[in-house]
Structure formats: C-alpha cells, structure tokens
Design a protein around this ligand. Sequence first.
Ligand code: ADP
Ligand code: ASP
Ligand code: MG
Length: 404
Amino acid sequence: MSLIVQKFGGTSVANTERIFNVADIVTKTYAAGNDVVVVVSAQGDTTDEFIEKANAINPHASKREMDMLLTAGEQISASLLAMAIEKLGYPVVSLLGWQAGFQTPSAYGSARIKKVKADRIQKEIDKKNIVIVTGFQGINRYGDMTTLGRGGSDTSAVAIAATMHADLCQIYTDVDGVYTADPRKVPNAKKLNVISYDEMLELATLGAQVLNNRSVEMAKKYNIELEVISSLTRQPGTIVKEEAKMEKMLISGVAKDNDVARVSIIGVPDKPGLAFKIFSKLAAKKVNVDIILQSVGRDNTKDIAFTVPQNMLEEAKSAVDEYARVIGAQNVVYDPDVCKVSIVGAGMETHPGVAAEMFEALFEANINIQMISTSEIKVSVLLAREDADSAVTAIHNKFFGTND
Ligand code: ADP
Ligand code: ASP
Ligand code: MG
C-alpha cells in the first residue's frame, strides 16, 4: 500500500465539472488501493478576487485580517471536493490547515511551515478516509490562521509528503508539465520529461510560477520526487528529482519575472565604505536586494544600481533618498517598469558561451540589456518591461529553435 499526496491548483477545482473531474482522479487512486491525501487551492481566481474585495474596503487592512479572508478560499474548495467524493460513495473528510497540524510563525501573509503535526491526518487515514487538506494555510502559536504566501499550496502538499514519507507527490495543474518557457506565452515551448531540483528551484525563483519555489526547496531537502501533471489531460507529466540520476541539460528553460524595480544612485563619491552603508540601510528596512551593479569610478564618482521587488520600492526609497543626500550623491533614479529574464541550465557550468548566445539573441531582437547577473546555473538580464515578452521569445528561439 502506498501513500500518495495529490495537490490540485485553482483551475483544477474552478467549477462543479472540474471538481467532479478531481473527485474522479482521487477516488481512482484510492480504489487502486492507495492511501490518499489531497491538497486543494482556492477555486479559479478566488484569492485575487478576495484581495480586490479587501482593497475596496481597506487597502491598508492588517495582514491578520487578510489571512482571515484568504484562508476562506481553500476552505470552500476542500468542502466542495469532499461533497463530490461523498456523492461518488467514498469515505472522505476535509480538514483546515490547523486541523491538519500546519504550525507556522506569526508572519501573516508569508508564513513558513515550522512543522506539520500530522496525527489527525494519520488518524483519518487509519479510518480509511480520503483526507482533503486546505493548501496555503497554517496556524500560529496564538491560534490565529496564517497563509504561506501566493502559490503556497504547492508547499503544503510537499510538507505533507515529507512529514508522512509519502511514496509520491503529484502537483496537478492546468498545464501538463514543466516547459522550457511558459507555454501560454511561448507556443513552441517544449515539455521536459524530467528536471533537477536545482534547475526547477532556479526557474521557480526566477518567475516560472508552475511550482512555488519554497515547495521545490522543501522537496529537495527531503528528497521528495514531484510530478507536475495536468488534471485535464492526465498525460504523464514532468518529474522533478535529484540531478545525480539524470543527464545535465545545457539549458532547461527561460523564465520571466515582472516583480522587480530598479534603483540607480548616480554620482556616488568614490571612496570606501559607501556601498556597505547603502546596503546596510536597505537591510535594516528588510529590503531584499537582487542584482547589483557598480560602475568603475570616474572623476571621483561611481554609480550604484540594484533591483528590489516591486512591493519593496517604497521602503527602498525611504532608505536611499535621505542617505544619498547625506553622502552627496548626484541623483537617484527609480524605475518600476523593468523585468528580469533568465535562462537556467545545469549544463552551462561546463559550457562557456551560453551567456554570449543569450546576449546575441537580445542583440538580434534589438533589445537593450540594463543589468546582468550570473551564477553556475543561470544568467539573468534586466530589461525594460515592454521588451519582456519579445526577449523571452527571442532567447527561447535561440536555444530551442522556432519549431520542432
Ligand atoms: P495552479 O493554480 O495549478 O497552482 P499556477 O497558475 O500557479 O497553477 O501555475 C501554472 C501556470 O504556470 C501555467 O498555467 C503556466 O502559464 C505557468 N508557467 C510559467 N512558466 C512555466 C513553465 N516553464 N512551464 C509550465 N508552466 C509555466
Ligand atoms: N490560493 C492561493 C493563491 O492563489 C494559494 C495557491 O493557489 O497555491 O496564491
Ligand atoms: Mg500555483
């Protein structure tokens, strides 16, 4: 007997027909003799709609009340799916995050999972129930509900799989696997049969939302093999697993992230310690800094540019504006209309020239690069937001061709 965790995203449970489709997948898995734990997301765009409703009432609502609202979305899908499974004549129970033992710190809106105390889930499995758990949520030590951050249901599923030593963790979604680029934006993107944790982690972190990056991090840590699969076509999906067992791909994919803004401090006096001070001020405000570029000093000044997430631009401004004045920098420029486009591939470690090929693709498409950042398995460039989609297509075509 195997324990299988199956997670279904918003599109997979968007309406009655889709819920019965999921009920069919789950009950078939159960009828084949497996224990099944199901994790569900909120239906369709429910979470976005809730956020809109909240903004209409109070755009500065506390994070606690936001989580109180957002957790409702997953509760609706879990109960409706349980009702569908009841109707098909199978034993089932739905549980909220706190009932399923998801313990988190108090960081409303972006809580990490500290621990899953899975006794209740186990008890229900022992009673031969199919167990449905709301994704994306937990409880803090004050007994208040928390959410794990957008896309967090993937992490809920992996956390259950890790805690309960599941034999398989399937992430059902609206595409039939992980592709070399977002298949909705790049029609000739190719499906990958398998991808390593490290490459998937980079792709997810760099903007491929098909898997939440924390879920991949956790899957790697506990060595949980994931399958990304479509609930609609039910074809075999993409396996995410340890690299040791597979061939290194030169490039496994292209990703795009619009959640970036650029800060440029122009004419910083060229003397030691100033970069340290600027970035300490940003760290004190808990601003995550990503790509950093410093020009070579000229005429006793230099320029320092860096990127931050869009929602941290205000904090960045409050840290930088005043300090730039104090140190006598000439000017600070903020640009929220940028995007980061990246290529990821474990093979580039041993193949020089990959970055050059990427830059050539951008040159041929007449796209200007603002900043560059590299690691062993990725190259990222910062571009004007309006160039994002054509850049992804040009780079993808360069590495994967325009058609099969
Ligand atoms: P779910 O609601 O099931 O969690 P998401 O919307 O979070 O689904 O993730 C699935 C979406 O991720 C796809 O519809 C696709 O547009 C997008 N996506 C982005 N990059 C990729 C990629 N490289 N491979 C597959 N899908 C991708
Ligand atoms: N419903 C949440 C969201 O839209 C969590 C998830 O879907 O994973 O972000
Ligand atoms: Mg998702």
